[in-house]
Design a protein around this ligand. Structure first.
Ligand SMILES: [Zn+2]
Length: 271
């Protein structure tokens, strides 16, 4: 599933390719992918240009020169591809913004879980969906407050988008590993030092992932991620590093809040 690092990569790609070009037409292969009806979407956007982008968690918002906001949700396998009209349409490009410049932006929707639609504004959308500040924007104070007011294991609390936006399953395991905190620690009992370690680890993990454009195989060897089993693993089974980078013990797999969870029993002990 595209997580925060992938969506940040798409946001940057969108900014590099698709701003400041009037939209000529919008092709939609499957209208079920729209959260705004097709007529309203095209009446609103045709003739306008995209001028800026903003990402909050896994949500991408794009604003137009006339103040409209389009929301992109990348579902399980969504992606973007910018290409010239003279080239063949990319596979699974089910929504296409055709620009007057002769270039197109295709929204690639292989499994049709992706969505596009107009939203009134970003703030009201986030409020309605109870989405907390983005993981790279949230302050230490707000993160600590949101974590401590819950009484649950820290892992599901961090996965909840109303605590902080953009932390998915592998990210939370990596964050807790880097912060040396057991995934079943009680969120309401964490000390200032522990919430600060989580805060620092969130930035470190996400910034590392964005720097490597979410190519997990290139992450530092000090990352837990190399021990994970992936649906589409970047590793051959034989190349997985089951030993913790601490060198003392193998990474353990348990279930926390119903989710597969990887951690090091040596580095992340329960207090
Ligand atoms: Zn370890």
């Amino acid at each position: 599933m595209p997580e925060l690092p992938e969506v940040e990569t798409y946001r940057r790609y969108f900014e590099e390719t698709s701003l400041h070009q009037p939209i000529e037409f919008i092709e939609v292969e499957d209208r079920k992918l729209l959260t705004t009806d097709y007529a309203t979407l095209t009446e609103t956007l045709v003739g306008q240009s995209f001028v800026s982008t903003k990402r909050v968690g896994k949500n991408l918002f794009v604003q137009t020169n006339q103040g409209n906001t389009v929301h992109f949700h990348f579902g399980m396998t969504g992606d973007l591809e910018y290409y010239h009209s003279s080239l063949e349409r990319p596979r699974h490009a089910r929504i296409i913004f055709v620009f007057r410049s002769g270039f197109n932006l295709g929204f690639i929707c292989p499994r049709k879980f992706e969505r596009i639609g107009l939203v009134e504004n970003i703030e009201s959308y986030l409020k309605k969906k109870k989405i907390a500040p983005d993981a790279l924007d949230i302050s230490l104070e707000e993160l600590s407050r949101n974590v401590r007011k819950r009484k649950s294991f820290i892992k599901p609390v961090l996965l909840d988008q109303s605590t902080v936006a953009g932390i998915g399953n592998w990210i939370v395991d990596e964050v807790l590993f880097q912060a040396k905190i057991h995934p079943e620690s009680w969120s309401n009992t964490l000390t200032d030092n522990e919430t600060e370690r989580i805060f620092i680890a969130i930035r470190y993990v996400l910034e590392t992932a964005i720097e490597h454009e979410a190519n997990y195989g290139r992450f530092p060897t000090s990352f837990l991620i190399h021990a994970r089993e992936w649906d589409t693993s970047p590793y051959e089974e034989a190349n997985r590093h089951l030993l913790c980078p601490c060198g003392k013990i193998e990474i353990a797999q348990i279930r926390v809040g119903g989710r597969a969870t990887y951690y090091c029993p040596e580095c992340q002990q329960l207090r």
